[in-house]
Design a protein around this ligand. Structure first.
Ligand SMILES: [Zn+2]
Ligand SMILES: [Zn+2]
Length: 127
């Protein structure tokens, strides 16, 4: 058995529990069913188990990417709100998009954020 696989934790073929990392010498003992594996146990530390680990990781990574995509889209919607006719005090453009934000309680009203569609200048106004 080559040393490149000896530190990868395997799964117990008896109960499916993840096994502790294999030390340099000796085998490992399953925490759940107390089965003892030798350091070169092919069924636990063989290449097929390594492949399984890689597949599992890439699936997790995909999930994470989907989550990040969603977050970016949400931000975009808030930035590019409905466009109203409003003169930008900076560049004189007469169109600005707006987004509203409710602050703390309803009594305090909401703040409207305007963003110039041309130069992206931002200003806010309390209503
Ligand atoms: Zn076990
Ligand atoms: Zn502007």
């Amino acid at each position: 058995m080559s040393s490149s696989f000896t530190r990868i934790p395997g799964f117990c073929p008896d109960c499916g529990s993840i096994l502790p990392s294999l030390q340099n010498k000796g085998g490992v003992t399953c925490y759940s069913c107390s089965r003892i594996f030798s350091e070169d146990a092919e069924e636990v530390f063989g290449t097929s188990k390594v492949k399984y680990t890689i597949v599992f990781n890439s699936r997790e990574a995909k999930k994470k990417n989907i989550k990040e995509d969603k977050r970016q889209k949400t931000n975009e919607v808030q930035e590019e709100g409905p466009v109203v006719e409003r003169k930008c005090p900076k560049c004189g453009n007469d169109k600005m998009s707006y987004a509203t934000l409710q602050l703390r309680s309803a009594d305090e009203g909401q703040t409207v954020f305007y963003t110039c569609t041309k130069c992206k200048y931002k200003e806010s106004e309390n209503s």
